[in-house]
Design a protein around this ligand. Structure first.
Ligand code: SAM
Length: 121
């Protein structure tokens, strides 16, 4: 099974100029806890998660740039799902934005996808 077979395509994303409030609202609207942060050309430049929003509240940060993680661990659609699971375990993260050769975001894979696969009959 490949990442491209099970990922959520058209994942919710947020642009780099957005505020932390906007990121929090988008997470609620889209019912997600991970948002890839993109530049104008859909290129991945960071990731912000519910954990980072907690950090923003605790540390009273106001800019997305201050709380997002810029060194993003990603997956390719051609990767085996086992490799994606291994990366999430190794880095203690629960999602990987899926990118094409130009680092443009084409989807997302999360630990939810892995548990759904594991629970399949
Ligand atoms: N284990 C929890 C989880 O998976 O969400 C929380 C710990 S994890 C270290 C939280 C941090 O990981 C956040 O600062 C978030 O921005 C970062 N993070 C989440 N996904 C990431 C990814 N694909 N690449 C790099 N950092 C990521």
């Amino acid at each position: 099974i490949l990442v491209g077979d099970v990922m959520t395509p058209m994942a919710a994303k947020i642009s780099e100029g957005a505020s932390i409030d906007e990121a929090a609202k988008l997470m609620l609207e889209e019912k997600v806890t991970h948002l890839p942060v993109i530049a104008g050309d859909n290129r991945l430049i960071g990731i912000v998660t519910a954990w980072d929003i907690s950090k923003a509240v605790a540390l009273k940060c106001s800019k997305l740039d201050e709380i997002m993680t810029k060194d993003v661990i990603t997956a390719c659609p051609e990767d085996y799902i086992e490799l994606a699971a291994e990366k999430m375990k190794r880095y203690n993260i629960s999602s990987l934005p899926v990118v094409d050769g130009g680092k443009r975001v084409i989807g997302i894979i999360t630990t939810d996808h892995i548990s759904t696969l594991m629970a399949r009959d």
